[in-house]
Design a protein around this ligand. Structure first.
Ligand code: NAD
Ligand code: IPM
Ligand code: MN
Length: 346
């Protein structure tokens, strides 16, 4: 029996509720596939911050780093100033562990409800850059609170950072049947970063002659995500555009309750981290109303990353079967988790 070590950060709001269900499913498939997941839980998040003022101490980050993978629920709470936990915990993990590929697949399951009347066959993946762009915190505010206040958030895009994520996206497109890559940016306005991204895609494209390359400005991409989502295969984009379009992608393909993600360190110099695309949903937290499917599918991405392909497929199949039988009657978070666990256990 091979043992994998997991650092678990349930976090805030619905984070702990959905993480509990993802762990149930992981244990069920572990038993089936001759592996074990040894967990260490970290009580990071709003409660800890209120108690100690800490978001993610370096010593704890060093501990987390020793694990094979990280499973995270959600981070952020209305009682904590916006940005403290998001930046100090979540982004600190993504940046320090070099999660430069933020992988966010979208698929419309045959039986799932989409708000689109005629979506067609939708099965694409967004490769969102995870360590640069407007997220780096490069900026500041002057004369705060005065009429002369100036706030800047300067997007950082390095040739190194853009090239590595673009290469990863091409490699993923190469491994997929449709072999299509769409760069999403805004190079008609954000000319400095936009041209770096476009030039990089054009250069790397020369090494992947089988890939069809497309470009869309991000505003137009939101049109096509609604009117013709089937046109997408692999989308590569910057950190902020990727954040926005993946919530839209979730909304058209079954809702935010189904959208999974992996913060991948492709070079494996640190553990990758798996989490639902959604946040801590304070509006429904603590009520067993959250759909744990996104967290469960994130656990499938975790298995895939650890080379447990069959376990990943078993989780996906269990989710697909569960979705097929969703009747519209309301189930609790635990009821959905239990139903998927039962199926995943075979
Ligand atoms: P959100 O994703 O938490 O919620 C948006 C809406 O979707 C809410 O109505 C919520 O109830 C619903 N929703 C989300 N997940 C759901 C689920 N699993 N099942 C059913 N409904 C679900 O986004 P928000 O309201 O913008 O942010 C709330 C907090 O979460 C903020 O503090 C934000 O910074 C944080 N956040 C964290 C992450 C993360 O940890 N990765 C992601 C997004 C937002
Ligand atoms: C997400 C979230 C985060 C992001 C926030 C909470 C930092 O919205 O994971 O999509 O913007 O990346
Ligand atoms: Mn987001």
């Amino acid at each position: 029996t091979k043992n994998f070590t997991l650092a678990v950060v349930p976090g805030d709001g619905i984070g702990p509720e959905v993480t509990t269900e993802a762990l149930k499913v992981l244990d069920a498939v572990a038993a089936q596939h001759g592996v074990t997941f040894e967990r260490t839980e970290y009580d990071l998040g709003a409660k800890r911050w209120h108690a100690t003022g800490e978001t993610l101490p370096d010593a704890e980050l060093a501990e987390i780093r020793k694990h094979d993978a990280i499973l995270l629920g959600a981070v952020g709470d209305p009682s904590v100033p916006s940005g403290v936990l998001e930046r100090g915990l979540l982004l600190k993990l993504r940046f320090t562990l070099d999660h430069y590929v933020n992988l966010r697949p979208s698929k419309i399951y045959p039986s799932v409800g989409s708000p689109l009347a005629n979506p067609g066959t939708v099965d694409f993946v967004v490769v969102r850059e995870g360590t640069e762009g407007p997220y780096v915190g490069n900026g500041g505010a002057l004369r705060v609170g005065t009429p002369a206040e100036i706030a800047t958030e300067v997007s950082v895009n390095t040739a190194y950072g853009v090239e590595r994520v673009v290469r990863d996206a091409f490699a993923r497109a190469q491994a997929r049947p449709r072999k299509k890559l769409t760069l999403v940016h805004k190079n008609n306005v954000l000319v400095h970063a936009g041209h770096l991204w476009k030039r990089t895609v054009d250069e790397v494209a020369a090494e992947f002659p089988e890939i069809t390359v497309d470009y869309l400005h991000v505003d137009a991409a939101t049109i096509f995500l609604v009117t013709d989502p089937a046109r997408f295969d692999v989308i590569v984009t910057d950190n902020l555009f990727g954040d926005i379009i993946t919530d839209l992608a979730a909304a058209i393909s079954g809702g935010i309750g189904l959208a999974a993600s992996g913060n991948i360190n492709p070079d494996r110099t640190a553990p990758s981290m798996f989490e639902p695309v959604h946040g801590s949903a304070p509006d429904i937290a603590g009520q067993q109303k959250a759909d744990p499917t996104a967290a469960i599918l994130s656990a499938a991405l975790l298995c895939e990353h650890l080379g447990l392909t069959e376990a990943a497929r078993a989780i996906e199949a269990a989710v697909e079967a569960d979705i097929e039988e969703r009747t519209g009657s309301v189930r609790s978070t635990a009821e959905i988790g239990d139903a998927i666990t039962k199926r995943a256990a075979g």
